[in-house]
Design a protein around this ligand. Structure first.
Ligand code: PMT
Length: 394
């Protein structure tokens, strides 16, 4: 059965390139259907897209679509993938904030299909902190971006902001459409983020884990059809759609949540940066300098449970357990030690020196198992998440 790509078209000079994207997708046997913003119709008449796609072109939220009273929902449902090309800074901003005030953005909010955005705009708009932050927000929700290109822009400026080449867009869309569903019917448990171990009512021991790596793995597993449970320490990321997310603070709380989900999981991936120790006697009040100096200057620590090792000790046949190792040197040697000590099937050892690993958008890792070690280049955490899953599934 032919797959449907819904193409969202926004008001931008690069709109003419969308015609080539439509052709490229059609050549690959994909059904293309267009939804336009009102602004886009100032650049191209919907008739052109109607002729190219031989499908009705949707524009207004309240336009009468014969036999289809709730048009944004039916459009959202029939899409196997929603591509927005070109996508303006305005539409990116609206989507980042969940604003749905026209047919295109309402459909984007309503669809559960993967969304791919090909931005196009002036270089200053592209580099503006607001646009960058909005794109980052959307990325953390699993929306993929096809990078804008650098070059001469319609406004006369030079820089990044040109819509990617139509062939590049078509290739990225086809790749995404063909994405594997090799985790269909499988349950995947992922831990993410730091744990926070209280010293008193306001102070704690923690680490700079942002949760990005764990969330990327959870998103990739979900995309590949898995039923995902994500157990996360405190992070600034929004919950990912389509999965159960359990929020915890301490290592002991994380152990409890993982313990409840582990037996049902086919694959358990421990990305969290768990505090190895916690204060032995956390105070319920804020300790005061001067009055509680002894408690503040000497904090007694007790060891936290090792969640990965505890779970691995009851691993059943066929269950795959993956640990992470944050290392500054001797990546493989240290990873091998953890593989054996924690009875894991794989250890993903990542370099956390020189600003790598923690909180970054990219990561560089070596995947170590009893069969060998696979060093991977530095890449986006979303991409690395898929490489790790590829490796586990053989
Ligand atoms: O969250 P980000 O900002 O994206 O950063 C990602 C990351 C750097 C945190 C991540 O890629 C990573 O390396 N996570 C593991 C960090 C770590 O704490 O490594 P470790 O060597 O201390 O622990 C080894 C393994 O045992 C890990 O899988 C850890 O989850 C697990 N562990 C450790 C201690 C403990 N008490 N319980 C555990 O389960």
């Amino acid at each position: 059965m032919s797959r449907t790509v819904l193409i969202g078209v926004t008001g931008c000079v690069a709109i003419y390139k969308t015609c080539e994207v439509i052709r490229g997708l059609q050549k690959a046997g994909v059904r293309a259907k267009v939804v336009m913003t009102e602004s886009a119709t100032h650049f191209i008449n919907p008739t052109l897209f109607r002729s190219l796609t031989r499908e009705p072109v949707a524009v207004g939220l309240f336009d009468d679509a014969p036999g289809d009273p709730i048009h944004h929902i039916s459009l959202a449902k029939e899409a196997d993938l929603f591509l927005i090309a070109p996508c303006t800074a305005n539409v990116i901003a609206k989507m980042a904030h969940g604003i749905a005030d026209d047919l295109l953005t309402t459909t984007a909010l309503a669809t559960t299909a993967p969304i791919v955005i090909a931005p196009a705009m002036n270089v200053n708009m592209y580099e503006n902190a607001a646009t960058q932050l909005n794109m980052e927000t959307l990325r953390t929700r699993g929306i993929a971006f096809i990078d804008a290109e650098s070059g001469y822009l319609a406004c006369g400026d030079e820089g990044k902001g040109r819509l990617a080449d139509p062939a590049v867009i078509v290739e990225a869309v086809l790749e995404r459409l063909d994405a594997k569903r090799d985790l269909e019917g499988k349950r995947v448990l992922v831990t993410a983020g730091p744990t926070v171990e209280p010293i008193d009512a306001v102070r704690f021991i923690s680490n700079p884990s942002s949760g990005k790596m764990g969330f990327a793995i959870a998103a990739a597993a979900h995309e590949r059809g898995a039923d995902v449970t994500l157990v996360t320490g405190p992070v600034a990321l929004e919950d990912l759609p389509g999965m159960e997310t359990v929020h915890v603070r301490t290592a002991c709380e994380m152990l409890e949540a993982v313990d409840a989900a582990f037996d049902k999981a086919d694959i358990a991936i421990f990305t969290a940066a768990v505090s190895d120790y916690r204060p032995a006697n956390p105070s319920g009040c804020k300790l005061k300098k001067g009055r509680d100096d002894a408690e503040l200057s000497t904090i007694q620590l007790v060891e936290n449970p090792d969640i990965l090792a505890t779970m691995s000790s009851r691993k059943r046949d066929g269950q795959v357990v993956v640990g992470f190792a944050a290392e500054t040197d001797d990546l493989e040697v240290n990873a091998r030690e953890k593989l054996a000590k924690k009875n894991a099937d794989f250890i993903v050892a990542n370099l956390v020196s020189h600003g790598n690993g923690f909180a970054a958008d990219e990561n560089e890792a070596t995947i170590v198992s009893k069969d060998g070690a696979k060093p991977l280049n530095r890449m986006a955490k979303g991409q690395l998440a898929h490489r790790i899953l590829d490796e586990l599934l053989g």
